[in-house]
Ligand binder design. Structure first.
Ligand SMILES: O=C(O)CCC(=O)C(=O)O
Length: 368
């Protein structure tokens, strides 16, 4: 059942901003000042330097982890070890052999591409409203002076069903809605599978992990980055960490854009055919008592190519608490984060401006 009551699930709002896609259609040679970023110490590289071209995020083969019957094999334990190291040292990895069918990925990609190509009058019907950040627009815009990203996005809560905004869903193009439904189900399965393996690697009780994530909240952020006349001056998405448990990112186009901060350097994540990118969110860092890392990342833009991606955020159940796993704390002899309710946690997250989040995450807000 979808939700008719907006207030019940309203975790946040964002100021309404103009469409970047429409702006980019105007063959401009300079970007408006609101998109120009001077925070150069934060800026990633637009091309790979010698330093980072040798580094790449780990690739995990899920066939040997999730789809094998022999969890006693050395292949299984070596891949589990690889997953644990990736989550600990990178907070990011790509997954192959995830068993989401190529045809579903292709269909979903086609529908998302056409969605962003709809005429503006159609998209306007799905634009964010003042009281909610679901729909087309941007997120985390809290002041008229704030710099904006070179990106149009569509944000929607997809699971559980009772959190859905029925009005928004009913107005989605029917084929997109059908494919989104199938993709959302597959991503939930995948996220739960990976979380289950992480529980084993961390030594978290399997039942506790299931209680935390079985009926998790899932939302999707579809990103469209138009070509940008001054790519070195803009961000597609400003540096940030993700709030949820796990994020699963589908890079729809071959152009690069995602960059991950590793030991102070920005490392590009090259799209691999049929791979998905997975990253640890703040909640999973907290649940793991700080063992896994929710890492800063951003998206760059390009002068000639558009880029599209879909980030699916899978997080813990509503109504629960966000804190280190109970079964882990005795093993570590210390809880490195305090517990807050899920609602407190998310209301605080969406009320903050994105770059403030980087400064506060893990230190002021949640740590004890
Ligand atoms: O488009 C990308 O590669 C990154 C997107 C992202 O970080 C986000 O949507 O939160």
């Amino acid at each position: 059942m979808e939700n008719q009551n907006n207030e019940a699930t309203n975790f946040g709002r964002s100021l309404i901003v103009p469409s970047v896609q429409e702006l980019a259609k105007k063959s401009i040679t300079k970007i408006p000042p609101r998109y120009v970023r001077h925070d150069h110490n934060q800026k990633p590289l637009l091309t790979s330097s010698d330093d980072t071209s040798t580094l790449s995020v780990p690739v995990i083969d899920l066939h040997s982890l999730l789809f094998t019957t022999d969890s006693g094999s050395s292949t299984y334990s070596s891949e589990l070890n690889k997953l644990h190291t990736a989550a600990t040292e990178w907070g990011f990895f790509q997954v192959i052999n995830h068993e989401i069918s190529e045809s579903l990925l292709e269909d979903f990609k086609r529908e998302v591409l056409s969605f962003f190509k709809l005429p503006m009058e159609e998209k306007q019907k799905l634009w964010q409203k003042e009281d909610s950040h679901e729909g087309f627009g941007q997120l985390f815009v809290v002041s008229e002076e704030q710099k904006l990203d070179w990106c149009d996005l569509f944000y929607v809560i997809t699971l559980p069903h009772n959190l859905r905004k029925s009005q928004l869903f009913q107005n989605l193009p029917p084929v997109l809605r059908k494919k989104l439904e199938a993709y959302s189900t597959e991503i939930k399965k995948l996220a739960k599978g990976i979380l289950g393996e992480m529980a084993k690697a961390l030594g978290i009780d399997g039942e506790e992990m299931s209680e935390l994530f079985d009926d998790g909240v899932q939302s999707m952020r579809m990103n469209y980055y138009p070509p940008c006349p001054e790519p070195e001056s803009a961000f597609g998405v400003s540096p940030h960490s993700d709030a949820g448990g796990l994020t699963i990112l589908y890079q729809l186009t071959e152009s690069e854009g995602l960059q991950v901060r590793k030991d102070g350097k920005w490392v590009p994540v090259k799209p691999l055919p049929n791979a998905l990118v997975v990253n640890i969110g703040d909640i999973m860092e907290i649940v793991s008592n700080g063992v896994y890392k929710s890492i800063e990342h951003c998206a760059t833009v390009q002068s000639n190519n558009e880029r599209l991606s879909v980030a699916t955020f899978y997080t813990s159940n509503m109504g629960g608490e966000v804190g280190p796993a109970r079964s882990l704390v005795p093993q570590h002899n210390v809880a490195n984060f305090r517990c807050v309710t899920f609602e407190e946690y998310y209301k605080g997250f969406f009320a903050r401006k994105l770059d403030v989040l980087i400064v506060t995450r893990g230190t002021l807000t949640y740590s004890i």
